[in-house]
Design a protein. Structure first.
Length: 220
């Protein structure tokens, strides 16, 4: 497959690029300042909020051709909700015209709380400290932008409450729209294992539009 990754130099995006390339996929690594390296990775200069740049990038340079799937893994801190929503709409618009599926790496704030399904994680201080609430709300707005796009083929992947660099174990548990937690109450995954889940979903798409994952040893 040819997999385009927007936000390719970020914590998640860089690991998705590495995971996809390691599995033998051709990767279009899109970012404002792309790096060089793996022969399976084609660096592409592109701003996720620039419609023409995104369209050209997803159409693909020779000899790779158009992307078979797109991974959007763009984040801003401090939160920039307007940029995130605009970039998401731009990618969905371009992908819809090309008939390309989009996997959006979103935020945990868009999930339901495990102990109260009516309480969004973004509004639950047990999982989202006050200083991170604007970031969580931006992710929720991003999911709404996906749901409002009638023509695009998308899936929104929410990480658990804690996402950080760590070890690639290759294992994780998959859920839908409710936050998954461990027996000790933690909800976490390494960025490396999140990348595994992303590429698994790209290779074998599920039926759900909103999914989440958590470290393999966790239980609900």
């Amino acid at each position: 497959m040819t997999v385009a990754v927007l936000g390719a130099t970020g914590m998640v995006g860089s690991r998705v690029v590495a995971e996809a390339a390691a599995r033998g996929h051709r990767v279009l690594a899109l970012s404002r300042k792309p790096g060089e390296g793996d022969p399976n990775v084609t660096p592409v200069v592109a701003d996720a909020s620039d419609p023409e740049a995104v369209r050209q990038a997803l159409a693909g340079p020779a000899p790779t051709g158009a992307a078979d799937a797109v991974v959007l893994s763009v984040r801003t801190f401090p939160a920039d909700r307007e940029f995130l929503v605009r970039a998401t709409r731009t990618v969905l618009d371009a992908a819809a015209r090309l008939g390309t599926r989009v996997l959006v790496v979103g935020g945990a704030g868009a999930l339901r709380s495990p102990d109260d399904p009516d309480l969004p994680v973004a509004d639950n201080p047990a999982y989202v400290p006050a200083e991170y609430r604007p970031v969580a709300l931006a992710g929720t707005a991003q999911l709404r932008a996906c749901r409002a796009h009638a023509d695009a083929d998308w899936v929104y992947l929410s990480p658990p409450a804690l996402l950080e660099p760590g070890e690639r174990t290759g294992g994780y548990r998959r859920g839908t729209d409710t936050l998954l937690t461990a027996m000790d109450g933690r909800s976490w995954i390494s960025a490396e294992d999140l990348a595994v889940a992303v590429v698994d979903e790209v290779e074998i798409p599920g039926a759900e539009r909103h999914i989440t994952v958590v470290h393999r040893s966790s239980t609900t």
